[in-house]
Design a protein around this ligand. Structure first.
Ligand SMILES: [Zn+2]
Length: 361
């Protein structure tokens, strides 16, 4: 038995579901905090769990280079290594190898590159990506894909999408079935609806446990992102989870859930938390701004997090201005709590059949 997925309620195209993994059940729609280097930056694992998160994302590219997948496996796997008892999804390394590594050479076999850390040479193939994710112990493994740059000529997008399909077949074959563990395929095709449809149909035919929509939120704009989701979702099976990679802002999440997406990841809430930016029910707040210097009010009076329970905007402003580590800790706690509560509120609206009237709090 791989990962299991059960849809418990529907509202239009949106679904509320339950994703069962070897490390617990995850309620969807779900936002995954990003734990790039075996840590959600500025957060303890207990702190991440206290926000409500039960599924986080780990990065294959970073972990294979440092400290190394074989070393993490020898130390008991990624869950034990980082003391995170809940579920983990790992990406395939395809996106980071394109955005971070030096001297990349893409061939049919895979991507040859030099590490951005020490210049060492590596070859990442579909088979190696799946092996690294197995060594890490990921509950959900992602197929190795090529993230097509944007903008790109249609012919280049099509060739890249076809390469991703061949790599998807090799990834599926390399995946070792284990109870509670699954592998997701990734739909590519740029901003071309007909390529998205072909990619979706052929990816689904390979028999994955879930499906991701990749290569979006890289500069095409929200309307195009939504159009590509609408071009893809009807060709994905209703009984498997759907994951929109790298998205996004609160309004992006609401729009994508309405269009049938179940899972998300994005660095926005964690990265923003380290630069003084907060998401609140009254909109985005920049705590660097001097107008907060004498404000006794909490960041978000409706928020249940530790940052909002005990501290004033004036204090958070001071911490940000002083470059204190506690600023990153409190604002990341707040932002991840905001994202988790946004997903819970959408889930409740789906169950109540009122998602059409739902607005990002
Ligand atoms: Zn808060």
């Amino acid at each position: 038995m791989s990962t299991g997925f059960e849809v418990v309620a529907r509202d239009g195209a949106a679904r509320a579901g339950r994703l069962a993994t070897a490390h617990g059940t995850v309620e969807t729609p779900c936002f995954m905090p990003v734990g790039t280097a075996a840590t959600v930056k500025a957060m303890t694992p207990e702190g991440v769990a206290a926000t409500g998160a039960r599924l986080i994302l780990g990065n294959t590219y970073h972990l294979m280079l440092r400290p190394g997948a074989e070393r993490i496996a020898a130390l008991g796997g990624l869950h034990r290594f980082m003391n995170w008892p809940h579920a983990i999804l790992t990406d395939s390394g395809g996106f980071q190898v394109m955005s971070l590594a030096a001297l990349r050479r893409i061939g049919e076999d895979g991507v040859e590159f030099r590490s951005h850390l020490d210049g060492s040479r590596h070859l990442l193939t579909p088979e190696r990506s799946i092996e690294v994710q197995r060594l890490l112990g990921a509950d959900i493994t992602m197929a190795f894909d090529e993230c097509t740059p944007f903008p790109a000529e249609r012919a280049a997008v099509e060739a890249s999408m076809e390469l991703t399909l061949r790599w998807a077949e090799r990834s599926r074959a390399a995946f070792v079935e284990r109870p509670g563990h699954g592998i997701f395929g990734i739909v590519q095709g740029g901003v071309h609806p007909e390529l998205r449809e072909r990619s979706a149909r052929k990816t689904v035919a390979l028999g994955f446990d879930g499906h991701a929509i990749g290569g979006l939120a890289i500069g095409e704009g929200q309307a195009t992102t939504f159009a590509m989701v609408e071009a893809t979702v009807p060709h994905l099976p209703a009984d498997r989870p759907r994951y929109l990679m790298g998205v996004g802002k609160p309004a992006d999440l609401v729009g994508a859930v309405r269009r049938g997406i179940d899972l998300f990841d994005c660095v926005l809430p964690t990265r923003s938390g380290r630069t003084g930016q907060a998401f609140t029910r009254a909109g985005a707040v920049n705590l660097r701004n001097a107008r907060h210097a004498e404000d006794r009010a909490p960041l978000d009076p409706q928020c249940r997090c530790a940052a909002c329970a005990g501290f004033s905007r004036a204090y958070l402003h001071h911490l940000v201005k002083a470059g204190e580590i506690l600023a990153a800790m409190l604002l990341t706690t707040h932002n991840l709590t905001y994202y988790a509560d946004l997903m819970t509120a959408m889930r409740e609206a789906i169950v109540a059949g009122s998602l059409a009237e739902f607005e990002a709090p």
